[in-house]
Design a protein around this ligand. Structure first.
Ligand code: AMP
Ligand code: ZN
Length: 483
């Protein structure tokens, strides 16, 4: 497989430290609010990457953290602790907030068919390991204590900026936000490994450490969690593009200084989901969630389909119109699969293999998921029986996870039921918003109309209208909706 590596800015052949095995790490959510669909774009694409690697025969060990401490409102160690902010907003404790939004995150993942990583580690559960790493960095001379905090000394590195050439002025983020610059830092790029002198008197979570009671910086958690579960050599590290700097840059600084050898080979960054107004942000408090999509009548898997239709290294513009198009295309694809009629024939293994190879080539070229989706349409067009088509679709869906066969089976069943009830009601079909009492009334009206009993039909129409129901007679039967 060829993947673009943000660290070298090149597409490279994917290689692992141990042949056949991928040690994979993903930066998890900061659980002070719901995940927005932008965050979830990153997790969808990382999920497809993991599944494609498994499908290709790799054994994958995937680790993810949950950030429940240490992430300040600016990624450059200034501002307020995001968790504390969330707790105050909702009049709850930090741990209550963390649990609630961790559960909400995994509920969203389930709706989007995102697999839970093999290891999920909340940061607050591994404080002793963070302390060991910080102590190791101090012992090796890569860190210093100043003003009560422990800092990483970036001047000790021959190369700090890995992903881009940064101007040191870019780091004065705190100044822009009106927060005072940290005078304890020896170099502007230095970052906090352990806070003891918190600016926030009411910091809820504190632990004892050799440097006093305090809490870890945000970056140390990913270095230490990955070291514990992935080992000393990481093959693949994932995250959204905003994580590249300073978060991933700082992870590399910590891990390589601590270990004394190169750490992670391959860096996979998903570009942002944006709205025409700009970037979607949790901290602004106004954002789109999976629940909101559902409330508006969209299938969360149509959003997954939408994500797969474009490349992970391009910004993706979200509009309702774009989502409508994705939902329409997804429904049509399901309908085409539902129309397949397997009759107990044999799967043509040669055709299946040829389609697998085509899919592997598309996805193996820097995870080209839009061509991966095209392979589904190709499967419907191959010269083979329906058993073979279904076998190809099932196989590719192990990677794309669009629940294609399950949704097609559900559609077949729903269509059969609709046909049955249409036959039972003298060939009249009623479709609506899923309320049997209203269905029955609409059916009575249609039957009255058919029997030319127009007075009765009008009476029922008025009754429905009084309940806020509108009925439209179409060539496919009576369709009702709430207005
Ligand atoms: P957070 O919960 O803020 O720590 O972010 C969780 C993940 O979502 C990280 O990998 C971020 O880089 C990623 N992310 C944040 N905003 C977006 C966005 N608009 N589009 C795609 N990914 C994002
Ligand atoms: Zn991380």
């Amino acid at each position: 497989m060829y993947l673009y590596n943000s660290a070298t800015r090149k597409k490279e052949e994917f290689q692992t430290h141990t042949p056949g095995r991928v040690e994979m790490y993903t930066c998890g959510p900061t659980v002070y609010h719901f995940a927005h669909i932008g965050n979830l774009r990153s997790y969808v694409m990382e999920d497809v990457l993991e599944k494609f690697l498994r499908w290709s025969g790799y054994d994958v060990d995937r680790v993810m953290n949950i950030t429940d401490v240490g992430h300040l409102s600016s990624d450059a160690d200034t501002g307020e602790d995001k968790m504390l902010k969330g707790a105050r907003r909702e009049h709850k404790t930090v741990m209550e907030i963390a649990q609630y939004y961790t559960d909400a995150f995994f509920a969203d993942c389930a709706k989007l068919n995102i697999k839970i990583p093999d290891v999920v580690q909340p940061a607050t559960g591994l404080i002793p390991e963070f302390i060991t790493m910080v102590q190791g960095l101090l012992d090796k001379g890569y860190a210093y204590v100043a003003g009560g905090n422990v800092y990483f000394d970036t001047s000790k590195l021959s190369r700090y900026y890995i992903f881009n050439e940064h101007d040191e002025e870019d780091l004065a983020v705190g100044v822009r936000e009106g927060v005072e610059e940290d005078g304890n830092k020896r170099n502007k790029a230095d970052f906090v490994l352990w806070f003891t002198k918190s600016k926030f008197e009411d910091q809820a979570l504190k632990w004892d450490s050799p440097w006093g009671v305090g809490y870890p910086g945000w970056h140390i958690e990913c270095s230490a969690i990955s070291l514990k579960y992935n080992g000393e050599y990481l093959d693949l590290h994932c995250g959204g593009i905003d994580n590249a700097f300073p978060h991933h840059t700082n992870e590399i600084a910590q891990s390589e200084s601590y270990l004394g050898h190169p750490w992670c080979k391959q860096w996979f960054h998903v570009h942002h989901l944006v709205t025409p107004e700009g970037k979607m942000s949790k901290s602004k408090g106004e954002f789109l969630t999976v629940s909101l999509l559902e409330e508006k009548g969209y299938d969360p898997l149509a959003y997954r389909f939408f994500c797969l239709q474009s490349h992970y290294r391009k910004a993706l513009v979200f509009t309702w119109e774009n989502l409508d198009n994705a939902q329409g295309a997804y429904n049509k694809l399901i309908a085409r699969i539902a129309a397949l009629t397997p009759g107990g024939g044999e799967v043509d293994q040669a055709v299946l293999q040829a389609q697998r190879e085509k899919f592997a080539k598309a996805m193996g070229n820097d995870l080209n998921t839009s061509l991966g989706v095209t392979a589904l349409y190709d499967a419907l067009k191959v010269k083979a029986n329906d058993e073979t088509k279904l076998a190809i679709l099932a196989d590719l869906d192990r990677v794309l996870s669009l629940s294609l066969l399950e949704k097609a089976a559900a559609k077949r069943e729903a269509d059969a039921k609709a046909k049955e009830s249409s036959a039972a009601s003298g060939g009249i079909t009623v479709t609506g918003e899923g309320d049997p009492a209203i269905d029955a009334l609409v059916l009575q009206r249609a039957q009255a109309k058919k029997a030319k009993n127009f007075a009765e039909a009008d009476r029922i129409r008025d009754e429905l209208k009084a309940q806020g129901i509108e009925v439209v007679d179409t060539k496919d039967g009576a369709v009702w909706r709430r207005v």
